[in-house]
Design a protein around this ligand. Sequence first.
Ligand code: F6R
Length: 234
Amino acid sequence: MKLERFSSKEDVYTRAVDLIVKAKQSGAITFGLATGGTMEPLYAKIREIDVDFSNCISFNLDEYVGLCAKHEQSYACYMDQHLFRNKPFKESYLPNGLADHPAEEVARYESLLQQHTLDFQLLGIGQNGHIGFNEPGTSFDSLTHLVTLAQSTRQANARFFESIDEVPTQAFTMGIQSIMRAKCILLIAVGEAKRDVLERVLASEYTEDVPASVLTKHPNIIILTDLQEEENSH
Ligand code: F6R
């Protein structure tokens, strides 16, 4: 596990873009993508540079259940607005939040993922340690599945909706095993709100109570943060 600390968010995102561009130059084709506040400045930077993803394939980590792709808070819409409209990929996949048969949808998405090894996976982290929407307690062996969102996750995401009542209660997410199959993982953790959870991950507490702690076992993971080590920490 490689950790890089930067003195500003700006530097974190500059480095993240650099790593993505380098991955592309070294032949990465299949990218696992994330949404959320953390990724917005990253996609903004990518939109500004001369990089072409038209031979690449993307898979998003997750999608809310019950929102159609056109709903402005769906992750399909987020990706279109923040990235795909400007930097189209050859093919882009997300779970279908309106699927009639959730069991079939998770099988379909997992099967696609198994046919396309992810060369590069981008991750944010929830304050409760979730990656994708794998909430605390999710098995490290999990594949793509349907989740009931933790109340704390719905509260954290309520800022994107008119009220918490509008935040969906369920989502489809890649499983932890699906994520860990990626050849390379880039986790971005910025802002004070992520300090406690990042410290738990860095303390190498390998526990399903902190889903992101699984990443300590990944052979090729880089964590970028603007958080500095606290003076009294060891
Ligand atoms: C988003 C995702 C989530 C977010 C996490 C952090 O696709 O999978 O795990 O990365 O909830 O969200 P922000 O960046 O909004 O703090």
